[in-house]
Design a binder for this molecule. Sequence first.
Ligand SMILES: Cc1ncc(COP(=O)(O)O)c(C=O)c1O
Length: 456
Amino acid sequence: MSLKPSAAPPETSTGDLDARHLWHPYTQMRLAPAPVPIAYGEGAWLVAESGKRYLDAISSWWVTLHGHAHPHIAAAIAQQAGTLEQVIFAGFTHRPAAQLAGKLAALLPAGLNRVFYSDNGSTAVEVSLKMAVQYWANQDRPQRHRIVALRDAYHGDTVATMSVSEPSYFTEKFQPLMFPVQRARTAPCACCGAHANDCDSLEAILQRSGEEVAAVIVEPLLQGAGGMKVHPATFLRDVRRLCDRYGALMIADEVLTGFGRTGIERQGVPTRGDAPNPPLFACEASGIVPDIICLSKGLTGGFLPMAATACTARVFQAFYSENRRDTFFHGHSYTANPLGCAAALASLEVFEREPVFERIARITQIHSERLEAIRKRFADRVLETRQAGTVGILELRDESGGYLAAVGPKLQNYFLENGVLLRPLGSIIYCLPPYCISEDELNQVWDLVERSLQLA
Ligand SMILES: Cc1ncc(COP(=O)(O)O)c(C=O)c1O
């Protein structure tokens, strides 16, 4: 059999082929500038086919942990590809999947020791929602099927994850497909301090309809795409307490926050005796154990699409039954893909082989200093600065339009022209770099952000 020659001759440029055939995510194809063809990545840099270099200050949609093309992870994937690239995960298992599950169970908040794999952040959350609803159904309590989510949440782009996200431009066209969700207010920004009544709104919902609630879902410490909002660890602890009081499961969506993104400081909780390492998860840093946790993005160091939904023995037990109808009927073709597992194991090894915790601490420190200076110097332009560990955020004043604020693409183009990949969410500029970024490089990013504020 021979493959027909492709429609375009091989010498056609990446840009031409792209313009002819591709449809990019979150992109108005009519208005957006042509995408930048990237030839390769190294460390915190992306290098275009033209030779122009871009400092990746958003870790390529929040996934790259240790840097692009990190040789240890690349080698682990190559080695695995030559051994076992894929195997059906029903009725079969393999060493990388089992090893990774063991490692995650050891690193996650104590008790989250049963791991279910899937492919991306949305599926990690989708799995958690189905797990929570079936947990109750398997125990003959199907009336507990509702989900409570937080205002400003973002949990993904599938229909169920859109349902639990804040209604927005992203979701408005799909409203007829989505299920109803009750939404609780979050606490005010952590930077403004916690308040005694932060959880009143959640408690009111649980008081009213707690008997129908399967689970409460939260993005711990940092709500990402819904506006880079930061809340205090005390809020999270209150959510845990209320879930316990009203019998609902707590789902922590750490798709973004996992693997050190929100910093490695323990927030008002003592170090666990058996956990000498700094916490890698926002829940651990806050001293809580959710019933279900969702991981993706940084799981493979940003190399391959993979996700894990981990739960406690209590949740797992509700599915462990003589009755085949109690089975968790969920799975994906690529569940536990060996290449993804190998990448994830290698990424966790990088935490042991390189001074990653020091890098996280340094980024946290630089963000804090630069944001403080920006807040003082640009009080007329900047409404608020916020920070969650390695994520530094500033929100501009007087910009309407939310995510579609015109200032967003303007700033993005300015940053790109100047060799930095930043992608403001409307009028919210945030820096979320790979941990390998150097002090100089990170200061370069903040210098450019300051220049952009002078221009406007
Ligand atoms: C908190 C959170 N949950 C879920 C998702 C969805 O992940 P994915 O884009 O891999 O489907 C995201 C993506 O940004 C996220 O930030």
